[in-house]
Design a protein around this ligand. Sequence first.
Ligand code: UT7
Length: 326
Amino acid sequence: MIRSKIISTGSFLPSKVLSNAELSTMVDTSDEWITERTGIKERRIADVNKTTSDLAYEASKKALKNAGLKASDISLIIVATISGDMPFPATACLVQKKLNAKNAAAFDVNAACSGFIYALSIADSFIRSGVHKKILVIGTEILSRFTDWKDRSTCVLFGDGAGAVLLEGHKGKSGILSTHLYSDGNLWDLIQIPAGGSLKPASLDTVNNRLHTISMKGNETFKFAVKTLGSLVDKTLEHNKLSPSQLTLLIPHQANHRIIQAVASRIGLSMDKVMMNIQKCGNTSAASIPIALDDANRAGKIKKGDYILLEAFGGGLTWASALIRW
Ligand code: UT7
């Protein structure tokens, strides 16, 4: 049986740091409120001359180098993002150009913060069916360009960054064991960028009313996440006949430390088995899980044979999980 295996990881964070203290000079907030309610201490902000595909390119170069592969070895690039360089072409095509990955097909996936797991699931299907041998899966965001810096309920949350993994088919026990994807479009208006699409094309009005930035019903999203992620994790473990104690690491979407702790506590997992880098990255949407995975990998927290559970939720609403045997 062919499974898809993550053979390498890579990530990239812009060097500019925006601290809670600096944010407190921009809107009516405080380091204390942000730290206590979200767990975030700082986030990274991309340089004005950089684009979302530039961040993806940097993360991908590292993943390729770590795998000892050339860009021309890849036959597919999937980019998960909600903050692409432009509405079209796909950011994945711009990454392909920058990498000179001349043998790759390329497309984007939009499932907001669940996007990386959605992209991983698509890549996994292509590899198990034998259609593709080596796939580059990327989560990349420059959310700072879509942030309303006057809205304290959202501007303290988001950050920029990119993470990438290389998947390869192999015969053996390790690899992606299962992926689980869900959505509920009835809840589309909980997190959105209201304008810039066919519903509300860009106009003077949309710009003046700041409709090109993220708007969120934070508290409703929070409650939905806590309720849904707990049962998602249960279902994912049950599907693989695993108990929580067999997990080496839970790598959750880094949206809020209280959501992460609630999920860990529901399955009785101690926090030392939960990957958290929200304090330095904030919420980087589709990039959050691949950045956390790369951080965990480089810190030596994952070893061959370990069971790792990825889980995320986000705009759509969407939610998703993946169980990996490393
Ligand atoms: O990636 C997936 C997408 N999004 C999420 O995961 C976000 C999920 N939601 C959350 O993480 C939380 O709901 C937030 C962190 C966004 C907000 O925390 P909360 O505990 O749900 O606060 P709240 O929205 O109920 O607001 C509580 C109070 C309000 O004041 P009043 O009405 O009680 O006087 C807000 O105005 O906190 C106030 N507030 C702030 N105060 C200081 C909201 N934002 C801030 C802020 N600084 N930045």
